[in-house]
Design a protein around this ligand. Structure first.
Ligand code: NA7
Length: 539
């Protein structure tokens, strides 16, 4: 076992980790990154299932450095996983990040040594089985919100004789869907994408739905070279704007609520948003959409009526676009779809409503539902989501000097100061983690905006005499109170979502994100920096 010494060790080579690596390197720090995948991209390495694509328009789903975007073009407004992966390769070609990344390497454990004030990290290579120890002053978890797939306990799943994969563990070489009988379990973003991609080529697609997805039209289109060239003139302004909007996009909520306008104006706005598509009807809607139940319901009814027009079989309307909303619109992340509702007009596509007819067990041949019917399949796609936000952190056995693990410390709920550090665990920071803008924020924007604060903080520490920092319990309580104050007014707790940690049985239900928007977040962390990081005890 070798021991290498670092100032900063980064776990994860997605947007957040790569930004940290580049910025720390620029400042001359001894930094290294480890990544369990064989390549760059984080979620975009693992999520190569059929139809996987970004739900943010490509121009704004990039780093803001002009050197990186000037000569990069996506061919579609919402690029698929392979184009995003090519983008990461482009970034690597420009910045030569790979030379400081250990791929195929998983961090399994980290112990804080109080004497040296350093983390001793165990890294295992999946290629060579080599186990190495890395000693680092600061440990930066950049594990994203979706790095730990969740597979529900379904009796008999392991006995299935066909092909079964979680969407985020889809084989890199792909799976031929042509003519196959395919089960899709789950109707989040991943399930919707697999279903609509499979339907045109599969022999049979059966979607197992627990909660209807309130999916929005993606309004996907090709982007020509001319359009890309023309758009580039707008990039710098639009990228700067990202830090000023609630969710890190180049658009924001309207500056009015539904009660402020007439019914005609409201409907005209809904129509306008609908035409633009994507997340505009979600995060560019009236500013009371997450707070006022009547406003939220008005949009739901608009969505329901639009969606029903696309489904020929009226018997499916209550399943797919029910009269009353399954939960308020948008408090669960909406999927963006391209032809999802139309697939139900095909003879080879079925829906099983799991609320009426749950899965009982899986056999070698397929899925048996509680009505006793055995549905035979060649492929089962488990689009069942993630132990989101905290899962990538607690999956590593991170222990403090007293032997306590982060997982134990968070058993009754994650607690953080500034959504970036947790009391009891010195010199440990996370980007895009719990109680940060995370799942409410465009990934590249958060990687840079929250990332800049973390770079500044660590740089400040490494160039001072301080060798140990730890957030105070008081700072955590203040942070929690600020989160609770927004949640008390909002509708977020009305859905069993991964935002609320409610998608994993037994996980403590809590708002996992900073719900007050990116500008308020940046004000908090920038104030902290200006005041010398008072949320932390320094030694
Ligand atoms: P999501 O959005 O968490 O969706 C998971 C889906 O799996 C959702 O429809 C769940 O139903 C369903 N699910 C979970 N457990 C079960 C069981 N036990 N039985 C049946 N169905 C189940 O994950 P995605 O991968 O689609 O998307 C994650 C994010 O990645 C997404 O928001 C984008 O930002 C990209 P439920 O709704 O809980 O009833």
């Amino acid at each position: 076992m070798s021991t290498e010494e670092r100032d900063v060790l980064i776990v994860g080579a997605g947007f957040a980790g790569l930004y940290q690596l580049n910025e720390m390197r620029k400042r001359g720090h001894n930094v290294h990154a480890v990544e369990s995948a064989a390549g760059l991209g984080g979620v975009w390495y693992w999520n190569c299932y059929p139809g996987a694509r970004v739900d943010t328009w490509g121009p704004m789903y990039q780093f803001s450095d002009p050197e990186l975007w000037r000569d990069w073009n996506f061919s579609e407004l919402y690029p698929d996983w392979s184009e995003v992966r090519a983008y990461f390769q482009h970034v690597d070609n420009k910045l030569n990040l790979s030379k400081d990344i250990s791929y195929n390497t998983r961090i399994t454990a980290a112990r804080f040594d109080e004497d040296s004030r350093r983390w001793v990290v165990t890294a295992e290579s999946s290629e060579t089985d080599e186990i190495r120890e890395i000693s680092t002053r600061y440990l930066l978890m950049c594990t994203g919100f979706g790095s730990k797939p969740y597979v529900p306990e379904i009796p008999g799943l392991e006995s299935f004789a066909g092909i079964a994969h979680h969407t985020a563990r889809w084989p890199q070489e792909g799976v031929d869907l042509t003519g196959k009988r395919i089960a899709v379990i789950g109707t989040g973003a991943s399930g919707v994408q697999v279903a609509q991609e499979s339907a045109p080529v599969a022999g049979q697609v059966t979607v197992f739905q627990r909660t209807p997805m309130i999916a929005l039209p993606m309004c996907q289109r090709q982007i020509s070279e001319e359009e890309n060239a023309k758009e580039k003139a707008t990039y710098a302004d639009r990228m700067a704007k990202r830090n000023t909007t609630f969710a890190g996009f180049d658009f924001d909520f309207l500056d009015k609520g539904v009660p402020d306008v007439s019914t005609e104006e409201r409907d005209a706005e809904f129509e306008r948003m609908w035409e633009i598509g994507g997340f505009v009807p979600w995060l560019g809607n009236f500013n009371d959409i997450f707070f006022n139940e009547d406003s939220n319901r008005a949009f739901y009814d608009f969505w329901r009526d639009k969606t029903r027009q696309r489904i020929n079989n009226k018997e499916l309307w209550e399943d797919l676009a029910p009269t009353d909303p399954p939960h308020p619109f948008g408090v669960k992340r909406p999927s963006l779809e391209q032809r999802y509702y139309e697939i139900y007009n095909q003879d080879n596509v079925d829906l099983v409503n799991l609320r009426e007819n749950p899965i009982d067990h899986v056999t070698a041949k397929g899925i048996v539902t509680s009505d006793g019917v055995e549905h035979a399949f060649d492929i089962i796609a488990l689009a069942t989501g993630f132990d989101a936000v905290t899962g990538g952190i607690t999956a590593v056995d991170i222990r403090n000097g007293q032997g306590q693990s982060v997982a134990d410390s968070w058993a009754d709920g994650a607690h953080t100061a500034l959504g970036a550090a947790t009391a009891g665990f010195p010199n440990l920071l996370f980007v895009y983690g719990p109680q940060s803008p995370s799942g409410f924020c465009n990934g590249p924007t958060a990687a840079e905006a929250q990332g800049d604060w973390i770079v500044g903080f660590v740089d400040h520490l490494l160039t001072s005499d301080v060798t140990r920092i730890e957030p105070t319990g008081e700072a955590e309580q203040t942070w929690q109170q600020k989160i609770d104050a927004v949640c008390e007014l909002a509708l977020f707790d009305r859905a069993a979502s991964w935002y609320m940690a409610a998608n994993i049985p037994g996980k403590k239900v809590q708002m996992l994100m900073w719900p007050a928007g990116l500008p308020a977040y940046l004000e908090e962390v920038n104030t902290s920096a200006a005041n010398g990081y008072p949320e932390f005890v320094k030694a």
